[in-house]
Design a protein around this ligand. Structure first.
Ligand code: GSH
Length: 334
């Protein structure tokens, strides 16, 4: 894996040495906003208008951040409006690729071989990491936004007039609660698994793995009483936790050494995980082959033999017990 510096590719691993053994995630840089009519987005800057067929989503099926956007695309009925391409699960010296022989869908929109080319088409002097997901604007020939948290919000709202889909994953009256849960889940769980797994100092790993399991305990307690994280309605907070939970026992427990417990060992988290997995449309977005091959094969600093483990055997189809708690499903906009 690597990064672009002034538009030139450099094959290099994360520089944890710079931060005392810590993995520090870089902020996404491309943050334009799509709105219903092209009016300004939340930052007040001019937006781009929602149109059928104008945008294309580039993802990895292995990546938890990209996975959130795939789930919202599906549940918000955007499959016909926003096309999708996925990279190969193997992220090696050239970064993410569209090599079909390795499991990519290929790139029918731009015909590029490497994901980084989408970044240099956007800005020939781009400097930064080359990440998925990225939303491409076919009209302007550039990446509009490469931050999954933003993409969830846009998918939740911008295309409603075109799809007629009124589901609301970020209802106004729940926003404070959702924002607080997101902050905890992002820092300690979504990113916590990476901070544990990519740490290159024992003390740094220990600090993050302990914080991760403390956060999982907080979620476990919350889910003992509450059907979903923000109460009776399923919201984006649940989708954002789901994509880490679904990878946990298969990858993070072994590969990232997040092994104090498995998700299977938590009664509420494991039942909640199965409820979400079985939610109509969600399991179709989960690809364990890409997930396992990506992490175990790509991170050779962690797993130099690149052996992909066979297990664990997981039965996510077995019934869950979440109906014992009151739940209302996904809110419809008024
Ligand atoms: N803030 C971004 C993070 C995305 C991200 O880090 N994606 C990973 C894959 S899971 C990636 O593409 N990493 C490549 C790299 O860091 O070089 C988002 O949530 O959209």
């Amino acid at each position: 894996m690597g990064l672009l510096i002034e538009g030139v590719w450099h094959d290099q691993w994360y520089d944890t040495g710079k931060h005392g053994g810590e993995f520090v995630r870089e902020s996404a840089q491309l943050r334009d906003w799509i709105t219903r009519d092209g009016g300004p987005g939340p930052d007040g800057q001019p937006g781009l208008s929602a149109e059928a067929g104008r945008y294309h989503l580039y993802v990895s099926l292995a990546c938890p951040w990209a996975h959130r956007t795939l789930i919202l695309r599906r549940l918000k009925g955007l499959d016909e409006l926003i096309g999708v391409s996925h990279v190969s699960p193997l992220m090696l010296d050239q970064g993410w690729t569209y090599q079909e022989s390795e499991g990519s869908s290929g790139d029918p929109v731009n015909g590029v071989d490497y994901h980084r080319q989408l970044y240099t088409l956007t800005d020939p002097h781009y400097t930064g990491r080359v990440t998925v997901p990225a939303l491409w604007d076919k009209r302007e020939g550039r990446i509009v936004n490469n931050e999954s948290a933003d993409l969830l919000r846009m998918f939740n709202d911008a295309f409603d007039d075109l799809t007629g889909n009124r589901l609301d994953f970020y209802p106004q009256d729940l926003r404070r609660a959702i924002d607080a849960i997101n902050a905890d889940v992002y820092d300690h769980i979504n990113n916590g698994v990476y901070k544990s797994g990519f740490a290159t100092e024992q003390a740094v790993y220990e600090k993050h793995v302990v914080a991760l399991f403390e956060a999982l305990e907080r979620m476990e307690s919350r889910l003992a009483e509450s059907r979903y994280l923000a109460g009776e309605w399923l919201t984006e907070a649940d989708i954002r936790l789901f994509t880490t939970l679904i990878r946990f026992d298969a990858v993070y427990h072994g590969h990232f050494k997040c092994n104090l417990r498995r998700i299977e060992d938590y009664p509420h988290l494991s039942n909640y995980l199965r409820e979400l997995y079985q939610w109509p449309g969600i399991k179709e977005t989960v690809d364990f082959d890409h997930i396992k091959r990506h992490y175990y094969y790509s991170h050779d600093t962690i797993n130099p033999t690149r052996i992909v483990p066979r297990g664990p055997l997981l039965d996510l189809e077995r019934p869950h017990d979440r109906e014992r708690l009151p739940g209302k499903g996904i809110r419809e906009k008024g």
